[in-house]
Every structure is written in C-alpha cells, then in structure tokens.
Design a protein around this ligand. Structure first.
Ligand code: DX5
Ligand code: ZN
Length: 230
C-alpha cells in the first residue's frame, strides 16, 4: 500500500502570511499541501484560486499541491490550475455534467485526477471511471468550512472504498478530508486511508508564538498512525 501522507489544508492557515505558513508546515514534516477552492456557488464559501496556487510556486514551494475543487462548473478552471502548478486536481461529481470528460481533461492537462465524495454521495460514481482516477477523496464533513466535526459514517465508507481500490489493482490514493485530528487519525488509517487532510487539526493547535507547534502536532499524528499496521 502507498505510504501515508499528511496533507495540511491551508484553509485554516494564516492567509496574511500564506507562503510562510506553507514553508513552516512542510519544514515540520507535512508531505503534501491541500488547497481548498470554494466558489460561493457549489459551496457557501469563497476562498482562493489559480493566482494563489501560482504564487505559492513562485514563492518556492515544490511540494505536491493537492487542489480540491469545490466549484461548479469544473472544466473551465482546470487548465488554469494545471498552468498554476497543481499536481492533483479533485472535484465533486455533482459539480460536473460529464464526469468522465472532466477526469480526462485533468489528466490531459498533465495533472493527477480525483473524485470527491460528500458524506451522502455514493461510491457508485466510481464504477465506470476507476481507471481514470488517481485519488478518491472522501469528505468526512460537508464541504465549505474548516473546523467541523468528523462524521463517523466516513469510516465505513473508507473501508468500502479501500476494498474497491484494492480489488481494482490500480494505483489510487484514498484520502479523507474533514475533522481529522491527532485523536482520530489512527482509526481513520485503520479504515484504509493513506492520505490525511487536516486543517484546524494542524493550524489551530498550540500557541501561535511557539515556532515548533507544527512539528509537535505532525509528530503526534505520525505516532498515532504508527500504532496501526496494515
Ligand atoms: C472543507 C475542506 C477541508 C477543510 C478541512 O470543505 O475541504 O479541506 O479545510 O478542515 P478541518 O480539517 O478543519 O475539518
Ligand atoms: Zn478539502
């Protein structure tokens, strides 16, 4: 199985010093950066776009950028994110009229593609497109905001998705997003997850004046994950 990746969501970072926040969380041992794009249409919030993605690249960020699109429509903005330096581009099936086409578009633009499943969205959307997907992202909150509580039915869904991915024999990451913290990351891993998004669970922990607070939270997450063998 793929190595575990910790993916801080910059939604909870201090946006006034975003480059520094990303540098610090990567220096503290984060593996990839989760980049939440909201449009005040598909979800009731508005965040950041390709301009900011590109700004992070120009700032010198070389880590994998995992762009989570919560926008509708999807296709128009995909080439812009590819040009801005996105590695993964994931989207919600409800937000695209032609899911297969959008998945292909993402790969044609040189990025890795992924589908995102809201808590009530069935995994059956994967049935005919599994070979066009590099990432399956399960939402463990309803999309739109950081700091919400983990919806526990996501654990069963993770187990189900893990079975589907293993049965496919394909190289597909299984990511969780929403309410992931030190105290539940082990059970999330045990359910089959290999890519762990955490926003408030990383950026809103500890004392702002402590320069090592991200090191300590990421180390504790890894200690918890080490308790689970797969
Ligand atoms: C929610 C976003 C998440 C969010 C998670 O719509 O997709 O990535 O930042 O935040 P936490 O980890 O605080 O639940
Ligand atoms: Zn997200």
């Amino acid at each position: 199985m793929a190595e575990d990746l910790i993916a801080p969501s910059i939604l909870s970072a201090d946006m006034a010093k975003l480059g520094e926040e990303v540098d610090n969380v990567l220096a503290a041992g984060a593996d990839i950066i989760h980049f939440d794009v909201m449009d005040n249409h598909y979800v009731p919030n508005l965040t950041i776009g390709p301009l900011v993605c590109n700004a992070l690249r120009k700032h010198g960020v070389t880590a994998i950028l995992d762009v989570h699109l919560m926008v509708k429509p999807v296709d128009r903005i995909v080439p812009d994110f590819a040009a801005a330096g996105a590695d993964y581009i994931t989207f919600h099936p409800e937000a695209s009229e032609h899911i297969d086409r959008t998945l292909q578009l993402i790969r044609d633009q040189g990025c890795k593609s992924g589908l995102v499943f809201n808590p009530a969205t069935p995994l059956s959307h994967l049935d005919y497109v599994m070979d066009k997907v590099d990432m399956v992202l399960l939402m463990s909150v309803n999309p739109g905001f950081g700091g919400q509580s983990f919806i526990s039915s996501a654990l069963d869904k993770l187990r189900q998705a893990r079975k589907m991915i293993d049965a496919s024999g394909l190289d597909i990451r299984l990511e969780i997003d929403g309410g992931v913290k030190v105290d539940n990351i082990a059970e999330v891993k045990a359910a089959g997850c290999d890519t762990f998004v955490s926003g408030s669970g990383i950026f809103h922990q500890g004392n702002d004046s402590d320069p090592n607070r991200y090191d300590s939270i990421i180390r504790r997450m890894r200690e918890e994950m080490a308790k689970v063998s797969r």
